[in-house]
Design a protein around this ligand. Structure first.
Ligand code: AMP
Length: 282
């Protein structure tokens, strides 16, 4: 696996592959790899001729400076894991490479970004995501880019960005990889210790409870949301949102009559976690 630091190096490294029409897969990440990230890389390896992973802790998408400073990172460990997963190129740029002096452009997706993560992390979060993803797609020019369902709203926002701007790339959304107790894998899980680690399992417990209620015929989102909140609060977790939404638009649902996604954001101690689960698929 080759480690590349600049956009120019990436373009040069991929010239031949582009000319020969080899299928290029991109997995954008912020590092601190776990099995969720590796599942995307393995999927890209299975689908594509050339696999590129980007590792960039994007300051623009952090609304909370303390969260950015505490974000875990170990580039040599990540490089070993990526190489083992069959990655060909790792693009790990500096912030100055991505945002040189005078950088003045923002790519922004409206509406879809207003609620949920947009509401709680602020307007700048998704603007940071969509701007950096646009740059990465332009630098690598992949045929396919892989994202995790774990960040459900992000995946939909990226799909909308690609559709709206006619970007020539297919977006694949891959299933959430979980710990044995159901906790969705996340780089931030490394910050959970002792009782907080046990409390964190209440997110998936609440989503499973919601799925059971729907399977048993409950169609009122209010009742499902109240049940999720109770489950989370009972575990000592501070809820930001626990909602039932339309999977593709993330719009709130009041009466379930079609596909429905349960989405949660909660603080476990000082760690903010998100998770989601399909409650009904049609
Ligand atoms: P991050 O490094 O947190 O920005 O995540 C990089 C990519 O990995 C994003 O597309 C995430 O949605 C995805 N991802 C993160 N956690 C998981 C997980 N537990 N299962 C599957 N994909 C994940």
């Amino acid at each position: 696996m080759r480690m590349l630091r600049t956009a120019a190096e990436v373009r040069t490294a991929l010239v031949q592959s582009h000319r020969q029409g080899r299928a290029i897969g991109l997995v954008p990440t912020m590092g601190a790899f776990h099995d969720g990230h590796l599942s995307l890389m393995r999927r890209a390896r299975a689908d594509c001729d050339e696999v590129v992973v980007s590792l960039f802790v994007n300051p623009a998408q952090f609304n909370d400076q303390a969260d950015l400073l505490a974000y875990p990172g170990d580039e040599s460990r990540d490089a070993l894991l990526a190489a083992e997963a069959g990655v060909d190129l790792m693009f790990a740029p500096t912030p100055e490479e991505i945002y040189p002096d005078g950088f003045a452009t923002t790519v922004s997706v409206a509406e879809l970004t207003d609620g949920l993560e947009g509401q709680f992390r602020g307007r700048g979060h998704f603007d940071g995501v969509t701007t950096v993803v646009t740059k990465l797609l332009n630098i690598v020019a992949p045929d396919v880019a892989y994202f995790g369902q774990k960040d459900a709203q992000q995946a939909q926002v990226v799909k909308r960005l690609v559709r709206d701007l006619n970007l020539p790339v297919r977006i694949e959304v891959c299933p959430t990889v979980r710990e044995p107790d159901g906790l969705a894998m996340s780089s931030r899980n490394a910050r959970l210790h002792g009782a907080d680690r046990a409390r964190a399992a209440s997110l998936i417990a609440a989503l499973q409870l919601a799925a059971t209620l729907v399977a048993d015929g409950q169609t009122e989102a209010d009742a499902i949301e109240a049940a999720m909140r109770t489950e989370l609060e009972h575990a000592g977790v501070e809820v930001e949102y626990a909602q039932v939404v339309v999977p593709e638009t993330l719009e709130p649902i009041t009466h379930i009559a079609g596909p429905a996604l349960g989405v949660i954001a909660a603080r476990v101690g000082s760690t903010r976690l998100i998770d989601n689960q399909l409650l009904r698929n049609r």
